[in-house]
Ligand binder design. Structure first.
Ligand code: SF4
Length: 678
């Protein structure tokens, strides 16, 4: 038996581990880690070790499907693509370009996201293009761009070990980014101080020097309280502030309101802990903040991110190796999908659609007039579909029927459309509602690039021939574009990346032949640029950094007599997002076969709920039945549910209230009621 090993990038989280697909006679038989990879260094988590298991799954979509009289029937590519092109053209002509909407995908490659956003803008004529970054880190982009001028991780993963103090805020790193969690543990072993800021007890809590268990949704108050202590005790970095940051006066003035005793009342964190954490952070030579969706998924998500940036700039903890503000991105290519402009307000490289000079640049290369108005976000598109303003959608690789907030509204939206096309590798809950399904290749069957959370652009390599009649996403989109009379032709993903590099300055030096040695980190503006390990050295991307005076606001929905519990959601180690891929892995399903809700023992006792028993969970938006997991990990009156499981979907309950700037929904806090159901 001769096994061929094809080097590629993990298809799951944003850590971007390097792995080999082991191929025997055209089949992916297993996975081997890449020892030479600069980030993963021979390590993989359980998801990574099983990343091949869905590739040959018998439920893979292998042929185009057209729904006729409520039932899907196999169709040829010509039939399916002609129908898609015909219906999209007809709806565009009848109702205008903005009656169409597109969801691109953080699961697809950079090249596919670039082609999809080009399709929306140049072919459909709308900026109504978005993807799941809206639901996880949109507030990172708005917040960090405002504060620093760039919305990405300031440092590299390898620099975590260099930090003397590590603040982890709203990130259950062991579950979401296991290999990064291993790096954190190595740092702790070598003497770094670890501070966890999270309402729940997480795996890393047991290794932490401090765990600040704040009430859900009180992050701004907590950060302002820490900064109040730092200024009061003269621990801020005056020379850094004077030289490199604007608007300190406004910040200082608002922080006066956040006396530590008041902050302790709001957050539930003891005064002494607040003082100790503030001192630890401010006195460190190098301190890094790692955060995830516990910061971003709030109606105050942008303010939460701004508060993290304020804290870092106040102490001069940014712009150096090993010290900065580091959002950990969820999907393997959510950073790249944003970089490629699969967003309603940005083209590739974060060039604004409202900026005439940027627009003209894209118009010249694409030889077509482009729309100037900012498009709709994911949640706005769903609302517009219910209002019959959006008439058709093209969804690539996303599953809003599990991942979006308030799923009943999503279902109403998708059922209200005149036409829905879904392009995916499995028949997802969303695909079931489609008029046409286009079967796509998995990561093992195509070439391209993913960009990891540390801005590292890495190769995805084709290991096997496409399964059945599947085609790469970029190839399908180009074919639809041509059938809609727009000449979109590329002979390979490499050719697409060449266009990206001419249009997006941060990718200006990215070429496939330069990516062989485990990629390059953007900004990489020229073909001879070595890439950038950490950002904002000497100067911020926006020139000076900017403090933003942000005030604490409570969550949009707080618990009351009718809905007395705070409901919060998150991810688990064994599954990825809506389980379209991990749900087809026997090994991962064995570890985590079904959903559950974590309930504090005191609450379980009061409601007579037993561990493992059935429980009914209701919010103002819906109700589900799930299994009780009684644990001290959650504080009394707070419950937690992983959102991965479609059969009892946490997002039936979540609140679609949006952050006004980033339009990210408040997944992390809503009010629910609980009752025993067995
Ligand atoms: S840590 Fe993330 S990238 Fe690495 S193997 Fe696990 S899922 Fe894949």
């Amino acid at each position: 038996m001769s096994v061929e090993k094809v080097l590629t990038t993990c298809v799951y989280c944003g850590t971007g581990c390097g792995l080999y697909l082991c191929v025997d006679r055209g089949k992916v038989m297993g996975i081997a880690p890449s020892r030479a990879h600069p980030v993963s260094q021979g390590r993989l988590c359980l998801k990574g070790w099983n990343a091949h298991q869905f590739v040959h799954h018998p439920q893979r979509l292998t042929d185009p499907l057209i729904k006729r009289n409520g039932t899907f029937a196999k169709a040829s590519w010509d039939e399916a693509l002609d129908l898609v092109a015909e219906r999209l053209t007809e709806i565009k002509q009848r109702y205008g370009s903005d009656s169409l909407g597109v969801l691109s995908s953080a699961k697809c490659t950079n090249e596919e996201n670039f082609v999809m956003m080009k399709f929306a803008r140049a072919v459909l004529g709308t900026n109504n293009v978005d993807h799941c970054a809206r639901l996880c880190h949109a507030s990172t982009l708005t917040g960090l761009v405002k504060a620093f001028g760039s919305g990405a991780m300031t440092n590299s993963i390898a620099e975590i070990k260099d930090a003397n103090v590590i603040f982890i805020i709203g990130s259950n790193t062991t579950e979401q980014h296991p290999v990064i969690a291993a790096d954190i543990l190595r740092a702790v072993d070598n003497g770094s101080k670890l501070v966890i800021i999270d309402p729940r007890v997480i795996h890393l809590s047991q290794f932490a020097d401090m765990h600040l268990r704040l009430r859900p949704g009180t992050d701004v108050a907590l950060m302002n309280g820490l900064m109040n202590v730092i200024i009061e005790e003269g621990l801020h970095n005056s020379s850094f502030i004077e030289e490199r940051v604007e608007d300190f006066g406004e910040l200082r003035s608002i922080l006066q309101k956040y006396k530590v005793d008041d902050v302790a009342q709001i957050t539930g964190v003891p005064v002494d802990d607040l003082r100790a954490a503030a001192r630890l952070y401010a006195r460190a030579e190098k301190a890094t903040i790692l955060y995830c969706m516990g910061i971003t998924q709030h109606t105050t998500g942008t303010d939460n991110v701004l508060a993290c940036a304020n804290l870092a700039m106040l102490c001069g903890h940014v712009g150096r190796e090993g010290t900065g503000v580091n959002p950990l991105r969820g999907h393997q290519n959510v950073q790249g999908a944003c970089d490629m402009g699969a967003l309603p307000n940005f083209y590739a490289g974060y060039q604004r659609v409202a900026d005439e000079i940027a627009r003209q640049k894209f118009e010249q290369v694409w030889r077509i007039r482009l729309p100037a108005n900012v498009g709709l976000t994911v949640v706005e598109m769903m609302d517009a579909a219910v209002e019959r303003k959006i008439k058709a959608m093209y969804i690539m690789g996303e599953n809003p029927m599990v991942s979006d907030p308030n799923i009943n509204q999503v279902k109403r939206a998708l059922e209200s459309l005149d036409f829905l096309v879904v392009q995916d590798i499995f028949l997802s809950e969303t695909a079931e509602l489609a008029d046409v399904i286009l079967p796509a290749c998995s990561f093992a069957e195509k070439d391209g690039t993913f960009t990891s959370t540390e801005r590292r652009v890495q190769r995805v390599r084709k290991a096997i021939a496409p399964i059945g009649a599947t085609r790469p996403d970029w190839d399908i989109i180009c074919d639809v574009a041509r059938r809609m009379s727009y000449d979109m032709c590329y002979n390979s993903p490499e050719a697409i990346m060449e266009e990206v590099s001419t249009l997006a300055p941060i990718y200006g030096g990215i070429r496939y032949d330069r990516l062989d040695d485990f990629g390059l980190q953007w900004p990489c503006p020229t073909p001879d640029h070595p890439g950038t390990k950490y950002l904002h050295k000497n100067t911020f991307a926006r020139g000076k950094g900017k403090f933003h005076a942000v005030d604490y606001l409570p969550p949009a929905e707080i618990s009351d007599e009718q809905y007395p519990f705070v409901f919060t959601t998150g991810r688990i180690h064994y599954h990825f997002h809506s389980r379209t891929m991990t749900g087809r892995s026997e090994a991962l399903n064995r570890e985590a076969p079904e959903g559950y809700i974590e309930i504090n023992p005191a609450d379980a006792k009061e409601l007579n709920i037993r561990h493992g028993g059935k429980v009914k969970v209701s919010s103002r938006r819906g109700q589900i039945i799930t299994k009780a997991f009684v644990t001290e990990k959650v504080p009394p009156k707070t419950v937690f549910m992983p959102f991965n499981f479609g059969e009892a979907a946490a997002n039936m309950l979540t609140n679609p209230a949006l952050d006004p700037m980033a339009k990210i929904p408040e997944y992390k806090v809503c009010a629910i009621a609980l009752e025993r159901s067995d």
